[in-house]
Design a protein around this ligand. Structure first.
Ligand code: PMP
Length: 400
């Protein structure tokens, strides 16, 4: 009989040449348990999803309660489904005026597609400006605005009329003109290896978008829900988008995405013709119930506010010869090592040390630290002591 390991490789479509291959039987809080009885500290939240930890009791309770009422009823936007209404209303309460209309979808990529379509429909323009080393998803539209050729070139032709700009390039705003439908960016670039915006960069884009009637879209799929030390990253920079894209932690561990705008902008999807965007499962009631429960935990336990001191603790405890820089905000950190070979060694050997780590798509010399925000100081100390042993080991093994 074939093992699950063999069946996994045989029957599940694979795209990674080096999957983690851990068979997890249970996950709780920041810990994963595998079939052989090993435990792992989750330092990546798989990826940036489990902000309130795995199977938070409030989230599990909300899921159970909703499964007792109904699952799927009808395609999105036809019936009044109370989990969707409650979640959208709560998000609107927490977001500034101008971001009160929530369109729920299933994933980050889909939310990005929706945001781009909304910008085109509202402005009547086609041009989209995006940024080097940005990641917005794997669907064709999202690939068209991926800021790296490597993973997209074979899938051409992609969307026409897209222009790449340099993140933090002071000249980027000058590309925005009367043809621009939207400018889309991650306010903190994640897969680029956690790159923060330079002071003035987001402000200049905002100003030029307003002047030219283009929409500013922030993709906060990785950065929202407390990850960078505020509920939404844009709050830290004081720049408001016209469309906000959310996913990952939005669902509290269930699949959910959303694009959010003003009612005026969103209403363009309802006319000329109607049904500007359709989804069968978007805003699934169980996912909305789970997401809302997770959001309430983030607020009640002030997880956003606590992310920054926790970040500081990681920085203090990860001082090592191998570490050349630690970038980031809150609990979205990039630990840069001396060489990509060191990064590869650390990530590949992390499970043997009881840790789960991951790469960034576009930054080969750094690894990611983005644990569940509920991680305690003692758990951070334990994780860092394992990391330091791993650094020592890598230094010894890769000595030239
Ligand atoms: N935008 C950003 C910033 C992301 O990091 C991701 C996923 N890593 C996506 C969009 C796409 O999300 P999904 O994988 O849910 O389609």
């Amino acid at each position: 009989m074939l093992s699950n390991r063999q069946l996994f490789l045989h029957h599940l479509g694979q795209t990674s040449t080096a999957p983690l291959m851990l068979e997890i039987v249970k996950a709780e809080g920041i810990t994963m348990y595998d079939i052989s009885g090993h435990t792992y500290i989750d330092l990546i939240s798989g990826v940036s999803v489990s902000n309130t930890g795995h199977r938070h009791p409030d989230v599990v309770e909300a899921i159970k309660a909703q499964t007792g009422s109904y699952l799927h009823l009808m395609v999105y936007g036809e019936m009044i489904q109370s989990p969707q209404v409650k979640y959208a209303t709560r998000l609107a309460e927490l977001l500034p005026a101008g971001l009160e209309s929530v369109y729920f979808v299933n994933s980050g990529s889909e939310a990005v597609e929706g945001a781009m379509k909304l910008a085109k429909r509202f402005t009547g323009r086609t041009r989209i400006i995006y940024f080097r080393n940005s990641y917005h998803g794997s669907t064709h539209g999202a690939l068209s605005i991926q800021g790296s050729e490597l993973y997209r070139n074979d899938f051409r032709p992609l969307l026409p009329d897209t222009i790449q700009a340099g993140f933090n390039d002071p000249d980027a705003a000058s590309l925005i003109d009367d043809h621009t439908a939207c400018v889309i960016l991650e306010p903190v670039q994640a897969e680029a290896g956690v790159i923060l915006p330079e002071p003035g960069f987001l402000e200049a884009l905002r100003e030029k978008c307003t002047e030219k009637g283009a929409l500013l879209v922030f993709d906060e799929v990785q950065t929202a829900f407390g990850r960078t030390g505020s509920l939404f990253a844009f709050e830290r920079f004081g720049v408001l988008p016209d469309i906000l894209v959310l996913a990952k932690a939005l669902g509290g561990g269930m699949p959910l995405g959303a694009f959010i705008s003003s009612r005026t902008i969103m209403s363009s999807l309802v006319k000329d013709p109607q049904l500007g965007h359709i989804t069968t499962f978007g805003g699934h009631p169980v996912c909305c119930a789970a997401g809302l429960a997770s959001l309430e935990v983030i607020l009640k336990e002030q997880l956003a506010e606590k992310a920054s001191p926790k970040s500081q603790l990681f920085r203090e405890l990860l001082k090592h010869d191998l570490v050349t820089e630690i970038r980031g905000e809150g609990l979205l950190l990039a630990v840069q090592l001396k060489t990509p070979a060191h990064t590869g060694y650390i990530i590949a050997n992390a499970p043997r040390h009881g840790l789960i780590l991951d790469y960034f798509l576009f930054c080969s010399d750094s690894f990611r630290i983005a644990p569940p925000l509920i991680i305690t100081d003692n758990e951070i100390k334990e994780a860092c002591s394992k990391l330091i042993s791993l650094f020592d080991e890598a230094q010894m093994m890769l000595k030239d």
